[in-house]
Ligand binder design. Structure first.
Ligand code: SF4
Length: 336
């Protein structure tokens, strides 16, 4: 077994494909109260799972708020309710990018796999892929078919570079909104990426590798192309927001109390950079981060040290990434 494979197995520990497998484990451990958590869109399924737990003599506890990723495991809420374990439905296990412990509570991860004809789309449209050597990446919902897709592409004469995990992910080739490391890790070896999934958000992260991304989209039912570096405009817009507020004295930093979105090191880096430029810095923490909560403090610009996906979402206040603060080094600042 190669070192990479054993690391892979270690990382995917706690990921399951079927509730029956989780039930087996839960019964083996003798747990009698188990919490259930999942995203919007599969809440009816969570109720079915609760019924199945009860049928097996296990008391379910429902976590009310929906979840956007396994970064937000509700371990504290489950523990407070006296549950022995948590079943997190919808996502694979998430690794904290700053190394914080995500394993101090029993969590079973049951990723949601989208039942759409992904392979049909690939089989019908693969000839649109012009390059010979490709990297195969995608979102959790379709990664159960990654091996099949790889075999198909190889049969058709493509060289498919073996996928790796990213910083936060546990399935090879898997991409999150906050982690396209799986693509960056093999970018030098490929001429383009084949992406399993839909929407622009994840493919645009992959395009930051500088490569073209062929999106095998089971919603649109064809393969479309995300051009290389398609996030450049957004990055420019973020830099413009920093420049617009460069003379403001008060700056906020926002992080989340969600376990996988609590980025203390990022907070420290942002704080030091802002203080270096003479700013008064206020650090805020909240579970879910909504723009209206940050109005009224007399602060117009906040640095996002939580889910990076939120950076472009705010409308009235400016919300920028830690990375964009480097722009402050290049401009003249006046606090008079
Ligand atoms: S993009 Fe945001 S919500 Fe999704 S896994 Fe990353 S931190 Fe969590």
């Amino acid at each position: 077994m190669t070192q990479q494979k054993s690391e892979q197995e270690k990382r995917s520990q706690w990921n399951y494909e079927h509730l029956s497998e989780v039930l087996e484990e839960v019964k083996k451990e003798g747990y009698d109260k188990v919490a259930l958590q999942g995203p919007d869109g599969i809440k009816d399924e969570l109720i079915n799972y609760a019924d199945k737990l009860r049928d097996n003599g296990i008391e379910p506890v429902m976590i009310g708020a929906s979840t956007f990723g396994a970064c937000g495991i509700a371990d504290e809420k489950a523990e407070r309710m006296g549950a022995d374990a948590l079943i997190h439905v919808g996502h694979t296990r998430f690794l904290h990018p700053e190394g914080a412990d995500m394993d101090d509570f029993n969590v079973y991860y049951l990723p949601y796999r989208e039942d759409r004809d992904l392979m049909g789309v690939l089989e019908e449209h693969y000839e649109e892929i012009e390059e010979d050597t490709v990297g195969l990446v995608g979102v959790t919902q379709y990664m159960d078919r990654a091996e099949k897709a790889r075999e198909f592409l190889e049969e058709k004469g493509f060289e498919v570079v073996e996928g790796k995990t990213g910083l936060r992910t546990t399935e090879p080739g898997q991409v999150l909104g906050c982690d396209a490391g799986a693509a960056h890790n093999i970018a030098e070896k490929v001429e383009a990426f084949v992406f399993l999934g839909s929407g622009h958000f994840h493919p645009s992260q992959v395009s930051e590798t500088g490569e073209k991304v062929y999106v095998v989209d089971p919603y649109e039912e064809y393969i479309w192309v995300e051009p290389p570096n398609s996030l450049d405009d957004e990055t420019q817009a973020e830099h413009a927001r920093v420049i617009k507020h460069k003379n403001k004295k008060k700056w906020g930093i926002v992080t989340s109390s969600k376990k996988g979105q609590n980025y203390q090191r990022a907070v420290q880096i942002a704080k030091e950079k802002l203080e270096e430029h003479g700013k008064d810095v206020y650090v805020f923490v909240e579970d879910r981060i909504f723009e209206p909560d940050y109005k009224g403090y007399g602060i117009d610009i906040y640095v996002n040290c939580a889910c990076p996906r939120m950076t472009k979402d705010w409308q009235d206040l400016a919300f920028v990434s830690v990375d964009s603060l480097k722009v402050l080094d290049e401009v003249e600042i006046n606090h008079d």
